[in-house]
Design a protein around this ligand. Structure first.
Ligand code: SDX
Length: 393
């Protein structure tokens, strides 16, 4: 049986699981949340509405959405006891390290929601979900302010992304960019990151949840998994790559040659599942153009990205390996246009992915048949041997 994949409620000793949250067809480039195509959600929905869909399984009524928005808005601040936690980090600490630690510490302020008693934690699930979706954004903004040596900006009574931009940049700048579509572009960015089947970080959340750990601990582990450059760290790596290409005066063609020789990796390209265009990349590519136009900004990195995409889509090396742009390829250009520093890009991915992590934790916690995830291995080590005394080694 080794190597074969058999379905099991919660991995058990296999590498697959069953879920009804998100469907992906990698060959056809299809992505649906609870049956709704990502293109229709991008066109008609909002981050918080899609978050409710991903978490609860249905598009919310107007009343439910309003109540959820109020719950999120009400939870925007964090306990003053946590403000001093920021003093403990060096100013050059990576924002993902801070985010993961702060999310886990958050649980300590809500013992009734982080008891590791499944029934008790589930009884508080709705409050915990709204609280995490709201406070992950506040912690991100406070991290930015701490690293910039600026005072924290308290949350205002604004919509989700408007409040985030307010806490990041305070009033004047925020008004300008919000009036120029930054809030809308950021809402779309977050929505497109809401969930994505069993990616590395979501599988990590399920793994931790399967042992009975609370939601705070599970999403904190998800942040650590997302941090890697092959996963959520790729959006930072894409901008770094585009800036290096630009600085070298290359229009992308030299870089493509280097990638084909295996001397460089085209970050933001390729995917474990999509062997076709990532539908999110298409939508983000259009949004990148839109936000730059409405802010009245030109960004040479967008031209280079377009050139790389064109070259790769026509090149045998990339075609034969089914390498297409993924969600990270254009997302950094949008964040950069809004004024979010590159170092915060993966944190932005984590804010967007929070609903998906929460939904997957819920799916494990609510399933009476779910068992601790315990993948097996194919042992390739030494066969049995006897102990050697020190003087015989
Ligand atoms: C995300 O799982 C998810 O859903 C993740 C995500 C989500 O929403 O959660 O979609 C978000 O993580 C998107 C992926 C972001 N990462 C990157 O953009 C980093 C660059 N991409 C590569 O690291 C890579 O494409 C992976 C890790 C994403 C996928 O790797 P695979 O499917 O295991 O592909 P592979 O490593 O087996 O490569 C197959 C071939 C190899 O060449 P050969 O050995 O056959 O000669 O393709 C080459 C690779 O060298 N290749 C690339 C490449 N990616 C793969 N060559 C150049 N540039 C690339 N980006």
């Amino acid at each position: 049986k080794s190597g074969c994949i058999t379905f099991d409620e919660g991995y058990g000793n296999t590498g697959s699981c069953m879920s009804d949250i998100t469907f992906i067809d990698g060959e056809k480039g299809i992505l649906r949340h609870r049956g709704y195509p990502i293109e229709q959600l991008a066109e008609n929905s909002s981050f918080l509405e899609t978050a409710m869909l991903v978490i609860y399984g249905e598009l919310p009524s107007e009343g439910c959405l309003r109540a959820f928005r109020q719950q999120v808005c009400k939870n925007a601040s964090i306990h003053t006891g946590m403000h001093s936690h920021f003093d403990g980090f060096p100013s050059d600490a990576h924002p993902m390290a801070i985010l993961s630690s702060m999310l886990n510490s958050l649980g300590a302020y809500y013992p009734e929601m982080s008891s590791n008693d499944r029934e008790q934690d589930l009884a508080h699930f709705d409050e915990t979900a709204a609280l995490l979706i709201s406070k992950v954004r506040t912690i991100a903004a406070m991290t930015y302010r701490m690293k910039m040596g600026m005072p924290f900006v308290y949350p205002a009574d604004k919509r989700y992304t408007g409040n985030f931009l307010h806490m990041m940049f305070s009033e004047p700048y925020n008004e300008y960019i919000d009036d120029h579509g930054a809030g809308k572009a950021l809402d779309l960015f977050l929505m497109l990151h809401a969930d994505h089947e069993q990616n590395c970080s979501t599988s990590t959340v399920r793994m931790v949840a399967s042992g009975g750990a609370n939601l705070f601990a599970s999403v904190s582990a998800g942040v650590c998994a997302l941090w890697g450059p092959s996963h959520g760290g790729a959006n930072m790596a894409v901008i770094k790559m585009l800036e290096e290409i630009h600085a070298a005066g290359d229009d992308g063609s030299k870089f493509i040659q280097a990638a084909k020789k295996g001397e460089a990796k085209l970050m933001g390209f390729g995917h474990r599942v999509y062997k076709n265009y990532d539908p999110r990349a298409k939508i983000l590519g259009k949004s990148a153009e839109g936000i730059l136009e409405s802010i009245g900004m030109k960004d040479p990195l967008l031209d280079i990205a377009r050139k790389l995409e064109q070259a790769a889509l026509e090149d045998e090396y990339f075609i034969s390996r089914k390498l297409y742009p993924n969600v990270d390829f254009y997302s950094g250009i949008i964040l950069k246009a809004i004024g979010i520093p590159v170092e915060m890009f993966t944190v932005m991915f984590a804010i967007g992915r929070m609903p998906g992590w929460i939904a997957n934790w819920k799916e494990i916690a609510e399933n009476p048949k779910s068992r601790i995830h315990r993948p097996r291995q194919i042992y390739t080590g030494k066969t049995q041997r006897d102990y050697l005394a020190l003087d015989q080694r």
